[in-house]
Ligand binder design. Structure first.
Ligand code: ADP
Length: 465
């Protein structure tokens, strides 16, 4: 079975968040199951594309309304990713340093049209088109309604919603940028009087998945305006938990670590990384180290971080280190905390993230919305205890220590709730024997893609009958 994943992000080519990690891992695991999964994404002007060789496999021109753009389909020569990677190169629109810009409507529309034109030109069509998030959300509509794509209309489309907050809205004035379709169908593109690519995908895709079972349930109550649509389309929706790429995220082999460690050498391995972090960030190595890695946005609870951290630090018995970037006001609030037990790295740093997973005692994830969350699974694998809000994928992957589990859950994101969890965590940390034995337990938990990759393949098979 030939599966084509279509996405704006894919690790290690271009990553902003969890979407990239999923698209960089799922196809590889599917290829172990005898599917032929490959990925198509935009060709960005970034370090990866500069450092790797690509060959041109197709070339044509797309029409975006009255404008024409030349595009190339480039194939990555290096075959070590575990799947074939294709990139859509449109110099005027997609060749940017960052994945996202202030206005992405034309960019992602052109990406989707060029991808479909390329597929249409081929001799052998994919058996499944697997679309990721709103950036590719117009494809189910286009293959089923645009005249020129009629030959593709029997290919099943699967949409995975990684984050329903972002929907790619644009004005009806731009509807003429899509290839021609019967105007009676325009309602399929609409939600609340705007063109809504995510809503269009939910309406037109053959199946809709989200990245955890709990998030699927939550979306029917809160999906940034799409709750009723998801309720209405329930029959074709399913939550499938993400996995992690254990080839990339393994403390026994991770090249970004100072020293590799296993569950038998976890104490010394983590100690070395904690020492390095505390040295670099001027923190006291004797105190339990609490960390956060991620985007500084409301979904992650970041607007409350300054308050939460100040309260936690007032007890003077813990250290906190934060790696992230996002809302400028939040960054300012956080960096203005002056406390000897607190430090930050504002920015994106993949290398440092790996060392933080290795050197922390606890990872904080007080997210208000967390479709799946990967950080808690990376933390477990590196022997770091997650402290999470009981929501979405966090609820599906973490069991509380007071419930015969291995992590800490709190109900709701308030300064008091997060701090109560931090206090419980510090008590747990002081019970050295129990705490250390838990490290071995969490490192052994299997959150790899093996099971979920199978579930996706079974879903594809059900559509091909
Ligand atoms: P989201 O996709 O909502 O941002 P996820 O938990 O699904 O959150 O995935 C986050 C991914 O991004 C993880 O691999 C995490 O380590 C990484 N990440 C987030 N922020 C940073 C950062 N500032 N530096 C390095 N890695 C980061």
């Amino acid at each position: 079975m030939k599966v084509l994943h279509i996405s704006a992000e894919c690790f290690p080519i271009a990553k902003v968040g969890g979407l990239a990690d999923v698209v960089g891992a799922l196809p590889k695991y599917q290829n172990n199951l005898k599917t032929t999964s490959s990925v198509v994404m935009p060709f960005y002007n970034n370090r990866f594309t500069k450092q790797h060789t690509f060959t041109e496999v197709y070339k044509n021109t797309i029409a975006l309304g009255h404008q024409y753009f030349q595009f190339n389909i480039l194939k990555l020569v290096d075959s070590s990713l575990g799947f074939e990677l294709y990139c859509v190169d449109i110099k005027e629109l997609l060749f940017t340093e960052n994945v996202y810009t202030n206005d992405d409507t034309d960019r992602f529309l052109a990406f989707q049209i060029a991808t479909l034109d390329w597929i249409l030109s081929g001799h052998e069509y994919p058996d499944i088109l697997h679309l990721h998030d709103y950036h590719t959300g117009l494809i189910p509509f286009m293959v089923s309604r645009c005249y020129k794509y009629k030959p593709l209309s029997n290919i099943p489309t699967v949409l995975t919603i990684h984050n329903a907050q972002y929907q790619g809205w644009f004005s009806h004035d731009k509807v003429n940028l899509l290839p021609p379709f019967n105007f009676e169908d325009v309602g399929l593109l609409d939600w609340d009087n705007t063109v809504n690519p995510l809503a269009a995908a939910i309406k037109c895709a053959w199946r809709v998945t989200t990245v955890s079972p709990s998030y699927m349930i939550e979306l029917k109550q809160n999906a940034n305006g799409l709750e009723n649509l998801l309720l209405h389309e329930s029959a074709k929706c399913v939550g499938i938990l993400n996995g992690i790429d254990t080839a990339v995220w393994d403390p026994e082999t991770d090249k970004r670590l100072l020293k590799n460690y296993s569950s038998t050498t976890v104490i010394s391995g983590k100690k070395e990384h904690k020492k390095w972090l505390c040295n670099k960030f001027n923190l006291d190595v004797k105190k339990p180290l609490y960390t956060f890695i991620g985007r500084l946005v409301g979904e992650k609870g970041a607007d409350l971080f300054a308050e939460i951290f100040k309260e936690a630090l007032s007890h003077k018995d813990i250290s906190i280190l934060l790696l992230g970037s996002g809302n400028p006001d939040t960054e300012k609030e956080i960096t203005s905390i002056k406390d000897p037990n607190f430090n930050t790295y504002i920015g994106y740093n993949e290398d440092l993230a790996h060392k933080i997973y290795a050197g922390s005692d606890f990872l904080l994830m007080p997210s208000r919305v967390e479709p799946c969350g990967l950080n808690q699974m990376y933390a477990l694998r590196y022997g770091t205890v997650p402290i999470v809000n009981a929501i979405g994928g966090l609820k599906d992957t973490i069991i509380d220590i007071d419930n015969n589990g291995f992590g800490l859950l709190h109900d709701g994101v308030t300064t008091a709730n997060v701090n109560a969890a931090i206090r419980r965590a510090s008590e747990f940390y002081s019970e050295t024997k129990k705490f250390r034995s838990n490290l071995k337990t969490i490192m052994a938990i299997d959150n790899s893609w093996n099971n979920s990759a199978k579930t996706y393949v079974n879903l594809y098979k059900s559509l091909k009958k």
